[in-house]
Design a protein around this ligand. Structure first.
Ligand code: 13P
Length: 248
């Protein structure tokens, strides 16, 4: 049985003070939720402030990025040990914004995933097709490549996959439940080819792209949707708590 995971990706939003204000409101709202892994991913500069509030609660902490070396002359990058020291137990890798704006390749993302797992960080590994890829019939090829290249030589344990169709991110255009289930089913088949069906059955596949309190219930009813990666609607404690407390 897969335990749902619902994660907030704040992207480039919230100072440390704003992070503190959010979490002081949010943590009490979800304190009784035991059947969902709740995760927040603030910017790097807010991680220590966040950890001070969420440590010893049911809210886990994620970084939004990581670098693939242990330390050294990599100006502007953040090492895995810095994330674990700051209280992170998760990291988001391969978000479409990283792939698109920062040209992160499958190979780079594979290196990041490997070092994150070496440091025992749970990886929320993001994949997803653009509208053009979907409309030209290449969606399944893109998802297959992103999984096979990104998770090459990586064990199944500690991997969470997030399916985020790029056309649904920040657009208010959520995938229909049929579209989400079709993609998630396919992703699980690819994971089964990589890891075998038993391990693939354990991997959580989150949906991301315009998730709100209004559409979370329907998405969570899909057989292969095991949670959500939420952008815009995770920036307010009230709306993110409603997503976490979806209708079971
Ligand atoms: P939105 O929920 O704002 O569409 O963002 C989704 C996302 O990219 C989460 O990583």
């Amino acid at each position: 049985m897969r335990k749902p995971c619902i994660a907030a990706n704040w992207k480039m939003n919230k100072t440390a003070a704003e992070t503190g204000a959010f979490l002081n409101e949010f943590v009490p709202l979800v304190k009784n939720v035991k059947d969902v892994d709740i995760v927040v991913a603030p910017p790097f500069t807010s991680l220590y402030a966040a950890a001070a509030i969420v440590s010893n609660t049911n809210v886990g902490l994620a970084a939004q990025n990581i670098f693939y070396e242990e330390k050294g002359a990599y100006t502007g990058e953040i090492a895995p040990s810095m994330l674990t020291a700051a209280g992170c137990s998760y990291v988001i890798i391969g978000h479409s914004e990283r792939r698109q704006y920062f040209k992160e390749s499958d190979e780079t993302l594979n290196k990041k995933t490997k070092i994150a797992r070496k440091h025992n960080l749970q990886v929320i590994f993001c994949i997803g097709e653009s509208l053009e890829e979907r409309e030209s019939g290449r969606m399944f090829d893109v998802l297959k490549r992103e999984i096979e290249e990104g998770l090459k030589e990586v064990e199944a344990a500690g991997i969470i996959v997030a399916y985020e169709p790029i056309w649904a991110i920040g657009t208010g255009k959520t995938a229909t439940t049929e579209q989400a289930q079709e993609a998630h089913r396919y992703i699980r088949e690819r994971l089964a080819a990589l890891y075998g069906p038993a391990q693939a059955d354990e991997i959580r596949i989150l949906y991301g792209g315009s998730v709100t309190p209004d559409n979370i219930d329907a998405l969570m009813k899909c057989a292969d949707v095991d949670g959500a990666l939420v952008g815009g609607a995770s920036l307010k404690a009230d709306s993110f708590s409603k997503i976490v407390i979806f209708n079971r």
